[in-house]
Design a protein around this ligand. Structure first.
Ligand SMILES: CC(C)(COP(=O)(O)OP(=O)(O)OC[C@H]1O[C@@H](n2cnc3c(N)ncnc32)[C@H](O)[C@@H]1OP(=O)(O)O)[C@@H](O)C(=O)NCCC(=O)NCCS
Length: 182
C-alpha cells in the first residue's frame, strides 16, 4: 500500500468529510445501515441492532490506523447531519471506492459531490493509475453516480460479490473505472 495517505478531512460545497468515529455508530445505524432501502444493493447484511454499528464504526477507526481503508463520514454543512459514508481503498497502482447515503439525502447530487472529492484526490496521486468501483446491475442510481464521476463501464463480472438483501450469495457486478494516463 506504500505511504499514500489521503487527507483526514475534505470539504465540498455542501459537506464536510472526516474519518468515521465510534461516536457515529448510532447515526450510521439510524441513517442507512438498518434501512432495507439503503442497504438493498450492498454487499453486507443490513444491521439489526445498534451494537453492529458500533462494531462497524470501530472497524472504521482501525482502518484509518492500519490504512487498509479510509472511510469518511459525510456531514451536511447545513445542519450538521450525518448523511452517509464514502470509503477509499488504496492498492497502487489502483484505488477503489464505495459509498452509501441515507435515503432522505438522495437525489440532490450529494452522493456524487462527496464521492467526487475522494475520486479527485485519488486521481491526483501519481502512484494511482486506475480508480474503480463496482455496483449491482440493477443499482441504476449508483451506476449514474459512477458515470457522473467520469468512470466508464468496463465489464460485467458474474458471481463477483454477495448481496445478502437480494438473496445473492455470489451476485453479478458492473465494474466502472477511470483509467489515468501518466
Ligand atoms: C447511490 C447513492 C449514493 C446516490 O446518491 P445521490 O446523492 O442520490 O446521488 P445523486 O443525486 O448525485 O445522483 C443520483 C442519480 O440517480 C438518478 N436517479 C434518481 N432516481 C433514480 C431512479 N429511480 N432510477 C435510476 N436513476 C435514478 C438521478 O437522476 C441522478 O442522476 P442525474 O444527476 O443524472 O439526474 C444513493 O442512492 C445511495 O446511498 N444508495 C444506497 C447505497 C448504494 O447503493 N451505494 C452504492 C453501492 S455500489
Amino acid at each position: 500500500m506504500g505511504q499514500l495517505q489521503p487527507p483526514r478531512t475534505l470539504e465540498t460545497v455542501r459537506s464536510f468529510l472526516r474519518p468515521v468515529s465510534v461516536d457515529d455508530a448510532q447515526a450510521i445505524f439510524d441513517s442507512y445501515a438498518s434501512s432495507p432501502v439503503a442497504t438493498r444493493f450492498m454487499n453486507f447484511p443490513r444491521q439489526q441492532i445498534p451494537a453492529e454499528a458500533v462494531q462497524f464504526a470501530m472497524r472504521c477507526a482501525r482502518c484509518w490506523e492500519d490504512r487498509t481503508a479510509f472511510p469518511w463520514a459525510v456531514v451536511s454543512k447545513a445542519g450538521g447531519d450525518f448523511m452517509g459514508i464514502v470509503e477509499l481503498r488504496l492498492d497502487p497502482p489502483k484505488a477503489d471506492f464505495g459509498y452509501v447515503f441515507a435515503e432522505r439525502f438522495w437525489g440532490h447530487g450529494l452522493g456524487t459531490e462527496a464521492a467526487r472529492a475522494v475520486v479527485d484526490w485519488a486521481c491526483a496521486q501519481p502512484e494511482i493509475y486506475r480508480v474503480w468501483a463496482t455496483c449491482h446491475p440493477q443499482n441504476t442510481r449508483s451506476a449514474r453516480v459512477l458515470e457522473k464521476l467520469g468512470l466508464a463501464l468496463e465489464a460485467r463480472l458474474e458471481n463477483w460479490e454477495a448481496r445478502p438483501q437480494l438473496g445473492e450469495a455470489a451476485g453479478p457486478s458492473l465494474v466502472f473505472a477511470k483509467v489515468l494516463s501518466r
